[in-house]
Design a protein around this ligand. Sequence first.
Ligand code: HEC
Length: 399
Amino acid sequence: MDAHLLEFLGMLVRWLHVIAGIAWIGSSFYFIWLDNSLDPPPTGSDAARKGVAGELWAVHGGGFYNPQKYAVAPAALPDKLHWFKWEAYATWMSGTALLVLVYWLHAQTMMVDPTIAVLTTWQAVGIGAASMVGSWIVYDGLCRSPLGKNDPLLGVVVFGLMTLLAWELGRTLGGRAAFIHIGASIGTIMVANVAMVIIPGQRKMVEAMRAGRLPDPIYGQRGKQRSVHNNYFVLPVLFIMISNHYASTYSHKQAWAVLALFSAAAVSIRHFFNRRHKGVLEWRYPAIGAVLLGIVAWWTTPHLAPLPKVNGPVTFDQVRAIIGQRCVTCHSPSPTFTGIAQPPAGVLLYTPDAIMLNAQRLYQQVVVTRIMPLGNVTQITDYERAVIAAWVADGAKIK
Ligand code: HEC
């Protein structure tokens, strides 16, 4: 497909993914907040007699709301019942489409890092897909096993297994692809919780009631458990989604441990909010989160080998030659590098002015973080990085 069309399609799918994700997570956060904030109605009140287990009052958008939660189910089902599922399905479908467009279709550049493992396209894609499906099978099995009765322990085991997966992916795929596939695996668990447990359970409850039977409370309990799990998964997944802009995280030597620490911080912070909705203010949870994030910040500081010394003064022509050879295949008005349709990040490096204009940014990318050239596909040498460093230190002049 035409590279521009493919990129445009990717943008549309990303847009949809973010919108659907906001709708899903928004409603999910809302219901968790709602559930945690309910107060039992006064004994003897109308609501208590109707079987309401908890209710609250809220004001929003100029109106007053009074949601009520029934312990198992109301005496009679209303004709119109709202379900929440398409937000979740749309998020997963658009996310998977994005994964295919951005990663699977460009597996050799986006997923395979030959310094980690040499893989064929099918191996890379197979590993990615298997982690998504496998994660769900293992997680679901654990939830249904006796371990599923002990939520804190289950949480620790699931956390440990996801960390193990991150470690394994870190030894097989490129750092960025490893992270995004952990995110896709957690996302798959989350949406399968909705599609395979929560929604079918709710259907059974509704069927029972329509048949005039009292629904089995087990469906409500199971649904609730999975919904709470999803709530704790959200923050780590969102971190993973943005992490691909931050190479210090995914390209770290122990990226799996960075991810584990960050996720532990995220879960702790989420826990604080869940407790707070219940009226309990426990500052130790955000404090734990802050300490863990502090450790991550310190631990991800790049420690790159010092660059070689440059012989003699550096001329602009030297710099221009290096950039011409190592960067312009991607950073020109019409890139020649396969899969890149537009100059990435809008950075153009094909005229002296453009190079000078971008001096600070390219210094950051080539000397400080050494992320560019991307995956070092154009094989820049450390000496060339040193030349660029010397040129910027000397005022980045066009001499
Ligand atoms: C294989 C293609 C490719 C090559 C070669 C390449 N880049 Fe990039 N560059 C990218 C992509 C893709 C991005 C966007 C990264 C992102 O969005 O996270 C980027 C982003 C950048 C940015 C912007 C980063 C920011 O956020 O400020 C700079 C600056 C940059 N590259 C400089 C260079 C320099 C200098 C070279 C040569 C030494 C180079 N690039 C070689 C693909 C490439």
